[in-house]
Design a protein around this ligand. Structure first.
Ligand code: 4H7
Length: 251
């Protein structure tokens, strides 16, 4: 997958994109990430990319011309078919696992990172295919949201994660939260590891983990559990954990 990031602060991306799994994916050629400085498309000798808002008010607005030209410069043949221009902003659709899965199927993403008080509305109207927010809070720029989306999307591209770390076993992949995990030591500061995990009985362990996922989701994110279609096994596990019968006749 190819990802173009348009930003006034390309240096912000150095750490996250040059470390860990994203670094490896880039080295393997699974991910081509390119940063373009919007300021390179300014029209004047002072390289100005913002201006006062029409109608007055505080702050500056990003001018349309440099953004339009920056997008044009990164569009190539692959854009004729599948290329998505994304704006990271609080007004966008709130990002989730499902959107990450969909974006992972795209060939070319172009992400526009706004800064200052916002961007000229004509960028939204004419250039942007999709507006995405990473949550209901205000940030100084779209750069960190872009990093978050690149991270979440990249790990769903086949080959980016190793066999051991497949995204198919992610909790959100099947709509539940993760079960508790333990490693050595067997006891730490008086806190033991649950006996069942040391039993060697793989089926019992699987059921315990599933039950913990279900209980944890019910406790912390009841909405997630409501949306989920539970298997017979899931319903039995929940029922026994809650000490209620799963048989409708015995309600
Ligand atoms: C584009 C348009 C994303 C980028 C407007 C971006 C939160 C998120 C930004 C803005 C972002 C998110 C302009 C919105 C100034 C805030 C005070 C950069 N903030 N700004 N406003 N939740 N800010 O995904």
């Amino acid at each position: 997958m190819k990802i173009d990031i348009l930003t006034l602060f390309p240096e912000m991306f150095a750490g996250p994109f040059d470390s860990s799994i994203i670094k490896r994916a880039r080295e393997k050629g699974l991910l081509q990430i390119n940063m373009t400085n919007i300021r390179d498309f300014a029209h004047d000798k002072h390289r100005i990319v913002d201006d006062y808002p029409f109608g007055g008010g505080a702050g500056m607005v990003m001018k349309p011309e440099p953004i339009f030209e920056a997008v044009e410069s990164v569009k190539d043949d692959s854009c004729s078919g599948r290329c998505r221009v994304i704006l990271l902003c609080p007004q966008g659709r709130v990002f989730d696992h499902e959107m990450a899965k969909n974006l992972a199927g795209e060939e070319h993403l172009i992400m526009i990172c706004g800064h200052y008080e916002g961007i000229d509305e004509r960028v939204r109207e004419k250039l942007v295919d999709m507006e995405i927010s990473i949550g209901d809070f205000v940030l100084t720029g779209g750069e960190i949201p872009a990093m978050i989306i690149v991270d979440a999307v990249s790990r769903m591209i086949p080959g980016v994660l190793g066999e051991e770390e497949s995204f198919v076993t992610d909790s959100f992949y099947d709509g539940l939260l993760e079960y508790p995990q333990y490693t050595r030591p067997r006891e730490y500061e008086g806190m033991p590891v649950p006996d069942i995990l040391l039993s060697g009985d793989h089926e019992k362990i699987r059921l315990w983990r599933r039950k913990m996922s279900l209980l944890r989701t019910m406790d912390r994110r009841p909405q997630l559990l409501q949306q989920k279609v539970l298997s017979d096994e899931d319903r039995k596990l929940l029922a026994s954990a809650l000490e209620i019968t799963d048989n409708p006749k015995h309600k």
